[in-house]
Design a protein around this ligand. Structure first.
Ligand code: GUN
Length: 293
C-alpha cells in the first residue's frame, strides 16, 4: 500500500508546539510579530498572505499585512521595506512575491536583515546552510525546511539515500540540495537542460519535483522497484483549472512506496516552517537583547 504523506497531522502537532512556545514567550514579555509587504492585486498572493496571517494569529502571535498599490515606485518600495524592517517591535518580515514588473528586478532577499528574514532568502542564511547549518543558527528556507520536517515525521531517512531534485531555484532546489547534503543525503540536482532525466530519476531513492509544470513527472521517471518516495512541490493548474502538482499523482501513486499529495502535502508544511522561523527569530532577538540590552 502506498503511504500518502499528508501534512495535516504534522501541522496540527506543529501548531500545538508553537502555541505552547508562544505562551512561553509571552511570559517573557514577547509576542512574536510578523509583518508582510504585499504589493499589487495578484489574487494568489492575496490568498497566500491572508492564510499566513490567519495561521500566525491562530498561534497567538501577531501579523500585519502592509498592502501597497500595484503602481508603487522603486523608491517608495525601498522606503516601505526600510520602515518595515526597522520597526523594533517586528521579529520577522517578508515581501510577498511576485512583485509587479517595475520592482521585479530587486533582490528582496538582501533588503531584509538576516535575523528577521523568515523566508530564509538572505545570503547570510543561505551561506549558513552552505557551511553545514541545519537551522540551529540560521533561518532556513521555508519549503526545504518543511520537506525535511515532513520526511522526518514519517520516519523517512535521508542519510545515505540518493535524492534527485528536479528544479534549481533559489527558493527550493538549491537550498534544499544543501540542506539534504547536511543531513547526509547524496543529492543530484536536475533541471530543464538535464539530459536523460528519466534515467537519473529512476536511480533515486527519493524524487523531489520542484519544476512548476503540471503533472510532468510520470511512470516513465520511476524505477520498477516500487520503493521510491516522491515529494511534489508543484502548485499548478491542470487542464480543468484544478490544483495539481508537478507529478501525475493518479498514474504514479500506486507504483511508489510513498508520495506527498497536492494539495495537502508540501504547501502546508511551508507555512508551518514560516511560523517556526518567526518564533526562532523572536527568541533569538530576545536572547540578543538579554546579552546586549
Ligand atoms: N510567493 C510564493 N512563494 C513565496 C515564498 O515562499 N515567499 C515569498 N516571500 N513569496 C512567495
Amino acid at each position: 500500500m502506498t503511504q500518502i504523506l499528508k501534512a495535516k497531522q504534522v501541522v496540527e502537532q506543529g501548531i500545538e508546539e508553537l502555541s505552547k512556545k508562544c505562551n512561553q514567550l509571552k511570559k517573557w514579555g514577547i509576542t512574536p510579530y510578523m509583518k508582510v509587504l504585499l504589493v499589487g492585486e495578484n489574487p494568489a498572493s492575496q490568498i497566500y498572505t491572508r492564510n499566513k496571517k490567519r495561521y500566525i494569529e491562530k498561534l497567538g502571535a501577531k501579523c500585519d499585512i502592509i498592502h501597497l498599490p500595484d503602481s508603487l515606485s522603486e523608491s517608495d518600495f525601498i522606503f516601505e521595506v526600510g520602515k518595515m524592517v526597522s520597526d523594533q517591535a517586528v521579529h520577522g518580515c517578508f515581501v510577498q512575491l511576485p512583485l509587479p514588473d517595475q520592482l521585479s528586478h530587486i533582490d528582496v532577499g538582501e533588503l531584509i536583515p538576516p535575523s528577521k528574514d523568515v523566508d530564509g532568502f538572505h545570503q547570510n542564511n543561505l551561506i549558513g546552510v552552505l557551511n553545514g547549518d541545519c537551522g540551529e543558527k540560521v533561518l532556513l528556507s521555508c519549503t526545504p525546511k518543511g520537506i525535511l520536517t515532513l520526511l522526518r515525521h514519517y520516519n523517512i531517512e535521508v542519510a545515505g539515500k540518493h535524492v534527485v531534485i528536479i528544479g534549481r531555484s533559489m527558493i527550493v532546489g538549491k537550498p534544499l540540495a544543501m540542506l539534504l547534503t547536511n543531513h547526509h543525503a547524496t543529492v543530484t540536482i536536475c533541471h530543464s537542460k538535464t539530459q536523460n532525466l528519466e534515467k537519473i530519476t529512476s536511480q533515486a531513492d527519493i524524487i523531489i519535483a520542484a519544476i512548476g509544470r503540471a503533472k510532468m513527472i510520470g511512470v516513465k521517471h520511476l524505477s520498477s522497484s516500487g520503493n521510491q518516495v516522491i515529494v511534489d512541490v508543484g502548485m499548478n493548474q491542470d487542464e480543468n483549472g484544478k490544483l495539481c502538482g508537478d507529478v501525475d499523482f493518479a498514474a504514479v501513486s500506486e507504483r511508489v512506496q510513498a508520495i506527498t499529495p497536492v494539495p495537502g502535502g508540501v504547501g502546508p508544511m511551508t507555512i508551518l516552517s514560516l511560523a517556526e522561523n518567526l518564533f526562532q527569530a523572536a527568541r533569538e532577538q530576545f536572547e540578543q537583547q538579554e546579552i546586549n540590552p
